[in-house]
Write a protein that binds this ligand. Structure first.
Ligand code: NAD
Length: 471
């Protein structure tokens, strides 16, 4: 029986390995992590991450051919294929601080693999890493082990949180990069055979190592760039009376452009887009390509600008002050169908409103109060503009309360803000919400989840990103 071990039981390691276990009953899969609470949660009825369909997949194979464990060394030693799916955040100190990927976790995983291995292994980069990382990993592995054959593959993950299981069941493509040597090609073939259990052959793409590593950064940069492009257009729409939804529809009908990923919003979030673009910027700078670096930097600049613009719009609409005014924050996760708040625009928007002394009542169906408090007070690395990124002080937290639902969050509020596009927000009883709010009652829709015309008929003053404004 082939044995797979995955180091890192996070948003990527957990779901990807659960799907491999489900689709390949003949393979034994162990997911290991240094975090005890995370592994306990994977072994319980309350999985550590919220992802539609995940519970079901885990229940079907946990204890059969899928295991979660803190015994990292034992499972790595026994495995034929070791995936490494540890976090690769942005470096916060030293050389490359604020841009370069922090490979500390990766390096310690690689050293441990070299230490405990007694047989040949395929080591797979699942984490998103800078191009040429495999070269460093090869050095660490070969210099620290005694003649063991390691083949390094790059197999970046393209799943999106919120649709991870669907994406893993039916991927647009699976990318495998390897060395173009007989051993490298053999390793690529072995991994290909794993995916071939359920992924059609034409969707499994093989490339050299560096192309695979760079493709992941490129894909995230292109996706984020699309969001920043439509968000930049949304600002122009507001200034001119055009409607960004109509513009996106018309633009997306061009088959060269396509309709996906053209929704204007308060900005992109999530743990990957900003981190991966900064990483790309750093790589460009290190390779003497400052103009290319500047090009990608602008994608993040527009994202920061969009968040700042949203806060400014709220404050200016509410007669230039939100001091002491209750504002209901509806949604805190960075997108619907996830409880993940990493880099969510809600952090910057809430911090901006707290600086202006607003009273916030926050509701999100999947994010805990503890998480929100942590997010608002953590020191967040400011890559360029300090204004919105200041952490809320512990005293500012006195301005924050938490609500059980959207109705409680909006009761007696002067305004409500939609920051996540949860489906449940589309079917709220807005007449009831309006009746219980202060007047004039403002709606600031950062995700274009509500129908502004219907809300205006009720009496709300509505600001929707990229849409014509109230007169
Ligand atoms: P995560 O923080 O949720 O999980 C990483 C896990 O690795 C943590 O549980 C941590 O405890 C564990 N870990 C760190 N060092 C370890 C070690 N030495 N031994 C054992 N466990 C260790 O991160 P994630 O969101 O799953 O992302 C992992 C990687 O995948 C990152 O490089 C990320 O950029 C990339 N990625 C993420 C997504 C996403 O949507 N989250 C999508 C594609 C790619």
């Amino acid at each position: 029986m082939v044995k797979i071990c995955c180091i890192g039981a996070g948003y990527v390691g957990g779901p990807t390995m659960a799907v491999i276990a489900l689709k390949c009953p003949s393979i034994e899969v162990a997911v290991v992590d240094i975090s005890q609470p995370r592994i306990s949660a994977w072994n319980s009825d309350h999985l550590p991450i919220y992802e539609p369909g995940l519970d079901d997949v885990v229940k079907q194979c946990r204890g059969k051919n899928l295991f979660f464990s803190n015994d990292v060394e034992k499972h790595v030693a026994e495995a034929d294929i070791v995936f490494v799916s540890v976090n690769t955040p942005t470096k916060s100190q030293g050389l490359g601080a604020g841009k370069a990927a922090d490979l500390t976790y990766w390096e310690s995983a690689a050293r441990m693999i070299a230490d405990v291995s007694k047989s040949a292994k395929i080591v797979v980069e699942k984490s998103t890493v800078p191009v040429k990382t495999a070269e460093a990993i090869e050095k660490i592995l070969t210099h620290n082990s005694k003649g063991i054959n390691f083949q390094i593959l790059s197999n970046p993950e393209f799943l999106a949180e919120g649709t991870a299981i669907q994406d893993l069941f039916n991927p647009d493509r699976v990318l495998i990069g390897g060395r173009e040597t007989p051993e490298g090609l053999k390793a690529v073939q072995t991994l290909k055979e794993v995916y071939a259990h359920w992924v059609p052959e034409e969707r499994i793409i093989c490339s050299n190592l560096w192309s695979a590593e760079l493709s992941k950064l490129a894909a995230n940069a292109f996706l984020a760039q699309r969001i920043s492009s439509v968000n930049a257009m949304s600002a122009l729409c507001e200034a001119t009376g055009a409607d960004v939804s109509q513009v996106s529809h018309a633009v997306g009908k061009d088959t060269r452009i396509g309709p996906k990923f053209l929704n204007a919003s308060v900005g992109f979030g999530g743990s990957c887009f900003q981190k991966d673009i900064l990483n790309l910027v750093y790589i460009c700078e290190c390779n003497g390509l400052p103009e290319v670096a500047n090009y990608w930097k602008h994608v993040i600049k527009i994202n920061d600008y969009q968040k700042a613009r949203f806060v400014n719009r709220i404050v200016s609409s509410m007669f230039n002050t939100v001091s002491g005014k209750k504002i209901g924050i509806l949604g805190f996760a960075f997108k619907k169908d996830t409880g993940d708040t990493r880099e969510t625009p809600a952090i910057d928007v809430c911090r901006g409103l707290l600086v202006d002394k607003a009273q916030l009542s926050i509701y999100d169906p999947q994010v805990s109060q503890d998480q929100i408090q942590k997010d608002l007070t953590m020191v967040k690395f400011d890559w360029e503009h300090p204004v919105l990124l200041k952490p809320a002080s512990p005293t500012a937290l006195k301005q924050v309360s938490f609500a059980w639902d959207a109705y409680e969050a909006s009761k007696d509020a002067h305004g409500i803000c939609f920051l996540t596009e949860w489906d449940e927000f589309k079917t709220l009883d807005f007449q009831k919400i309006y009746d219980n709010m202060q007047k004039p009652a403002f709606v600031f829709d950062g995700r274009n989840v509500v129908n502004p015309d219907k809300l205006r008929q009720i009496g709300f003053i509505v600001y929707s990103i990229g849409k014509p404004l109230d007169q």
